[in-house]
Design a protein around this ligand. Structure first.
Ligand code: RBV
Length: 425
């Protein structure tokens, strides 16, 4: 089993200082977390709870963990992607009272899963996941813990998708909130967060411009929409590929070129996958691509670009830049893969994840979901649950108050009008 990060680093003290500065910066831009921290410090809602978390271990996530700990929880944290951990933040988090952090960047599978097991060894009463690794590990290897687990919360589209599949098979044995599906998460994090952070990470990693490029966005879900919009805003020509007819039509009506990947492969300069599915860019596409293309993925798992097929086709492969692996084809074309096909906004060497303000919202929803599990957990049966609207609205109201934005309320007559069907012309 993996040891806490402090025991894994040569110089944990300087790592801790650097991580603390990053957390301090994040905190300054997370008014929702600040408000919830104040409430939790006072009420201690999580006293006696043990919360296991598997998320991207960087400064914003660390703020979520410390806020839960400030509310009385014992928190055990690890990563949800081997390349997204910031070791300095991990060390800083490990030194927060009530938190143990096991995440280390770049570890192999054994240490990655060893760290997940280490968090599970804390006998969690609540799980907080980004991608469902904890729920999966507990159900497969530690089912004896399920009885004492109040519930869980899931951050991302792919995790919720997997959980719903598990639920449909009757295999999900405790309640889990679909944090991803709330307006406060999906309309901001998936759209603006993924759009901004993916493009920023690609630009910083390659030092290349968006203007004049043909950018192929695979998938026009919430993430795809964000990426397409931001790329278009940077003066790129955007091509969208889709499998769902209404989304394809939506992209078409937004003014993007919509076509099969087979055709897009020939014209794209940058390929960015956001589908959550596997085998989106494969051998026959690589065969068509131009010299110098960039291949990046913004979906949760590294299965969208078929790297095995790319390796098979390549006569040579080398690190073109930090975070960029070039695959040279027999005819001399070079296809450049960013971040090993993992989440490009989190897994390149310079990646920082989504902007702080966006994660404040997503993690605000996480935090109130954890509070809901503690307060009313027995009202939720095993399975995936939508986050109650009142909780999502609570988070929105905290943010609006912090921004100094006032908004209207329905009058009694308006509320009655909206609830009635008798009123016509
Ligand atoms: N995400 N986290 C960050 N901590 O910087 N950036 C993005 C961060 C989350 C986001 O909410 C998305 O649903 C998930 O990562 C995909 O793994």
């Amino acid at each position: 089993m993996t040891a806490p990060i402090t025991e894994q680093l040569d110089d944990p003290e300087s790592a801790r200082e650097s991580g603390q500065r990053k957390m301090d910066w994040a905190r300054q831009h997370m008014p929702i977390m600040a408000a919830l921290r104040e409430e939790f410090e006072e009420d201690q809602p999580f006293a006696g709870e043990r919360i296991a978390m598997a998320m991207h271990v960087e400064a914003k996530t660390a703020v979520l963990a410390e806020v839960l700990a400030a509310g009385g929880a014992e928190v055990a944290m690890t990563g949800c992607n081997p390349l997204s951990t910031h070791d300095d933040v991990s060390a800083a988090l490990d030194s927060v009272e009530g938190v143990t952090c096991y995440a280390k960047r770049g570890v192999e599978d054994e240490a990655y899963y060893g760290a997940i097991e280490a968090t599970i060894a804390h006998d969690p009463t609540i799980t907080v996941d980004d991608g469902m690794d904890l729920v999966a590990a507990i159900h497969e290897d530690y089912p004896e813990l399920i009885d004492t687990i109040v519930g869980g919360a899931e951050e991302t589209t792919t995790g919720v998708h997997r959980l719903r599949a598990m639920d449909e098979d009757g295999e999900l044995k405790y309640p889990v909130f679909a944090v991803n599906d709330t307006p406060m998460k999906r309309l901001f994090d998936n759209v603006h967060g993924t759009g901004e952070s993916s493009l920023a990470s690609i630009a910083m990693t390659t030092n290349l411009s968006w203007a004049g490029k043909t950018v192929v966005v695979a998938g026009y879900g919430y993430c795809g929409k964000g990426v397409a919009k931001k790329a278009s805003g940077q003066n790129a020509d955007v091509v969208v590929t889709e499998v769902e007819p209404r989304r394809a039509l939506e992209a078409h009506m937004e003014g993007y070129d919509v076509m099969p990947m087979e055709d897009a492969a020939e014209i794209g300069d940058v390929f960015l996958t956001t589908t959550g599915n596997r085998d989106v860019v494969v051998r026959e596409h690589f065969e068509q691509m131009q010299d110098g293309v960039l291949l990046a993925n913004a979906g949760h798992f590294d299965v969208e670009v078929d790297l095995d097929a790319l390796s098979d086709l390549a006569v040579d492969t080398y690190e073109a830049r930090d975070g960029v692996q070039a695959y040279e084809m027999e005819d001399g074309r070079r296809l450049n893969v960013l971040a090993e096909g993992r989440l490009v906004n989190l897994a390149t060497p310079i990646a920082l994840g989504h902007p702080v303000e966006v994660m404040d919202q997503s993690f605000g929803v996480q935090a109130v979901c954890v509070r809901e599990l503690v307060e009313n957990g027995d009202e939720y049966g095993a399975g995936v649950h939508d986050v109650p609207d009142r909780l999502d609205k609570e988070v929105a109201e905290i943010k609006l108050a912090a921004e100094g934005v006032e908004f209207d309320e329905l009058t009694d007559a308006q509320a009655e009008y909206m609830d009635s069907w008798q009123h016509g012309t």
